[in-house]
Design a protein around this ligand. Structure first.
Ligand code: GLA
Length: 732
């Protein structure tokens, strides 16, 4: 890994063993793009990559009379000076002008990576990464722009963000401040996004790029289940096993924009950052604005490889604290068993049975506080309800501990019900626009986290409950989108700050709680997977993946989630049947066979299953405990897509390749079909593996494949929906 500054050509080459990122100072002094891809040899200059001639109908720089911003690749373009593509940023100046040109002043290259201010980001030690910060200035707007690039030693990854500073005396306003732009020289790509809704999150969708833009965004205040802030650009024909692709992952949890724009010359511009819609950030004299980070990754060997890069990078350089790379406890959550209708006695009876089965952690979900007996009241009043918890959280937690269980509980700290003491005392603490009614979502309003006092107040309330009891885990929920966004505290010209300040407030509360309670395992949640993003993983190493706990639907949801996020981060539970969301009846075996590939747990009352099923649950938990390191942190390969066939398969492989766990699911049986072969991946070619008592070579399993008929003796082909097989492969 190195970052070279070629002084004569004024070009930078960031590289490691796998990739090169090359750019340089353009003839007009701005930063121009040259190359991002597989590692290439270093050279003094790559200036031939610039176009120094004008075409008809392009505008050129008046000093050089030949350099056109439209024809040359830009690193962080503005609009209005000859580049007619989508801009990375825009600054409104005090005279009304939105024209700017930031030109090179200096740079610094250093080992490691500096943290972002109040924002989640990947981190790295001095031997893990190198960073280049290029400082550019606009003398007219009197502003500085620092573009930051970190290259990681072990990963084919470059992390980027930008910082603006107002050095003048007049206030300026950022109306657009994306985190990155990447100009690619052609448009022979397919765009892949992960879209959905509540209960059907992160479903992969593809389209071909052609002239014009493809764009996804969130305007909900959260990253959203509708569009995930992770996209892939891949060559036609690239699949999970081979081909070129780029990944773009936004380390942020609020409104975002991701765009691919193809210009008239057949080139592609990729942009990602905070959604400019409703964004406006005034910078007064001396103030700075820092954009969140985008993590760009490259592969030449298919999408499994790209996903594994994100899995390892996020497990090693994004997740922090005690739970980093640590197998997660097997938990039981009472939500689908009781909803809000419970007594301490009922909770303890669920816990006792769970303990007998081998569960390690009990999670008390919604309904333990205030007047919270349904979802019309109580949010905001984080004080135990004595009818449900007669000796408070402390009493219950101690009883759990005495039983040998760790204990944690649910909160939804960003919300308030109009029917709550908090709202009655502080009606102006909810986001709402003066003179207008505030829309409700699940009968609740959103607290104005752009205000420090609101965040501090909630922190104090939560701190009291948490520090009073032995708490090991917190599930932090967020159950509605933001509407009528307006903060009573900010003047009119600062209302464009509220969406982002809200997210910063959420991050601040997380950081305060983490600092106060470093041992606690946080799980983020947002009506299931409505805020499943890399930003959240910096604070909460796992996220409830979806409120849809139906195993068959979960295959698709977890499969889609695996493209951008590690298996350790995917909260996955075995729940009761018929399933609450789909009414489907799936065996307890298949329910666990899907949930194993995640942060595993149960979400039902184990007193209500058959003795036979209970014995199986005991075996499942034992199996999970033996293998959770491999399930959660092994190298994960998607093998067969549930979106292309009635079967799905995936495998996790240990670091040394000697142990693997294969899963094969039949979502829908096909009559009168041959079972066929399933090709495995990630194994050692020469090793001899035992699978269901038979021996196979690694190369045999990866090229000829496993005869599915041997895994599924009674045959996927002959009429049984929802069966599944999880098998351990062990090399000699
Ligand atoms: C959301 C979560 C669920 C559960 C409920 C409680 O829907 O996604 O898991 O916690 O809230 O109200």
């Amino acid at each position: 890994m190195n970052i070279i500054w070629h002084k004569k050509s004024r070009q930078y080459h960031l590289y490691n063993d796998k990739i090169s990122y090359i750019m340089g100072i353009s003839p007009v002094g701005e930063l121009g793009g040259i190359y991002f891809g597989k590692r290439i040899h270093d050279k003094e200059e790559f200036s031939y990559a610039d176009y120094r001639f004008a075409l008809p109908n392009v505008t050129v720089d008046p000093d050089t009379e030949s350099y056109s911003r439209e024809l040359n690749r830009q690193e962080y373009p503005s609009f209005g000076t000859g580049d007619f593509g989508a801009a990375a940023f825009e600054v409104e100046q005090s005279n009304g002008s939105r024209i700017s040109s930031f030109t090179y002043k200096s740079h610094s290259i250093f080992k490691g990576k500096t943290p972002l201010n109040g924002l989640p980001a990947t981190y790295a030690g001095e031997d893990e990464a190198m960073t280049l910060e290029v400082t550019l200035e606009d003398d007219v707007a009197k502003m500085t722009l620092v573009l930051s690039y970190t290259i990681f030693d072990k990963y084919p990854v470059v992390a980027r963000h930008a910082v603006f500073r107002n050095n003048g005396t007049e206030t300026v306003k950022l109306t657009r401040a994306l985190s990155m732009c990447l100009d690619l020289p052609d448009r022979d790509y397919r765009w892949m996004q992960f879209s959905g809704a509540w209960a059907r999150e992160r479903i992969p969708q593809e389209k071909e790029l052609s002239a014009g833009s493809v764009m996804i965004e969130s305007k909900r205040g959260v990253s959203s289940a509708n569009q995930n802030p992770f996209v892939i650009i891949k060559r036609p024909g690239t699949d999970d096993f081979s081909g070129d692709a780029f990944g773009f992952s936004f380390v942020y949890s609020g409104n975002f924009l991701a765009q691919a724009e193809c210009d008239t010359f057949g080139r592609t511009r990729i942009l990602m950052g905070i959604n400019p819609e409703r964004f406006g950030w005034p910078l007064e004299k001396g103030e700075e604005f820092e954009t969140p980070e985008v993590v760009m990754a490259v592969t030449g060997s298919g999408l499994n490889d790209l996903s594994q890069t994100y899995h390892s990078l996020y497990n090693n350089n994004l997740v922090r604290g005690k739970w980093k790379n640590r197998p997660r406890p097997v938990l039981i959550n009472n939500w689908e068993a009781t909803f809000m209708d419970f007594t301490e006695e009922r909770i303890l009876s669920i816990a006792e049975k769970a303990k007998e089965a081998g569960v390690e952690l009990f999670v008390l979900d919604d309904g333990w506080f205030g007047e919270r007996n349904d979802d019309y009241a109580g949010l905001g009043d984080w004080i135990e309800n004595p009818d449900k918890l007669p000796q408070g959280m402390k009493g219950l937690a101690r009883k759990m501990n005495a039983m040998g269980l760790k204990f944690g509980f649910w909160i939804e700290p960003e919300m308030v019900n109009p029917d709550s003491n908090l709202f009655r005392r502080h009606p102006d603490w909810a986001l709402q626009t003066p003179g207008r009614k505030a829309s409700l979502g699940r009968h609740q309003l959103v607290l104005d986290y752009s205000r420090e006092e609101v965040v501090d107040y909630v922190f104090d309330m939560l701190k009291k409950v948490i520090s009073d009891a032995p708490i090991s885990y917190i599930k932090w929920d967020m159950n509605r989108s933001l509407t009528e966004v307006y903060s009573a505290e900010l003047p009119p010209q600062k209302q464009g700050m509220v969406y982002h300040k809200y997210v910063l407030g959420v991050y601040r509360l997380y950081e305060k709680l983490r600092a106060e309670f470093p041992e606690i395992l946080f799980e983020s949640c947002s009506s299931g997977g409505n805020r499943f993003d890399a930003g959240m993983l910096y604070y909460a190493p796992q996220a409830w993946c979806s409120d849809n706990t139906d195993a068959i639907d979960r295959i698709k949801i977890q499969y889609g989630t695996s493209y951008g996020y590690p298996i350790s981060s995917i909260g996955a539970h075995v729940s009761a049947v018929p399933n609450q969301q789909t009414g489907r009846n799936v065996s307890i075996t298949t329910r666990a066979n899907v949930a194993y590939f995640g942060a595993f747990g149960y979400e039902l009352d184990l007193n209500h299953i058959t003795d036979e099923e209970f014995e199986e649950v005991k075996r499942q938990i034992e199996f999970m405990k033996e293998n959770r390191e491999l399930f959660q942190f092994g190298r994960f390969y998607r093998l067969r897509s549930p979106f292309e066939a009635d079967q799905a398969a995936w495998i996790v492989v240990s670091e040394d390749g000697k142990r693997a766990i294969l899963a094969l699911y039949c979502m829908r049986s096909n009559v009168n079909m041959l079972p066929g072969f399933l090709k495995l991946a990630g194994l050692k070619e020469d090793a001899l593996y035992t699978l269901k008592g038979e021996e196979y070579y690694g190369d045999e399993l990866m090229n000829l494949g496993v005869p599915v008929g041997r895994l599924a003796a009674d045959g996927f082909a002959i009429g049984r929906d929802f069966v599944s097989y999880v098998e351990v492969l062990e090399a000699k």
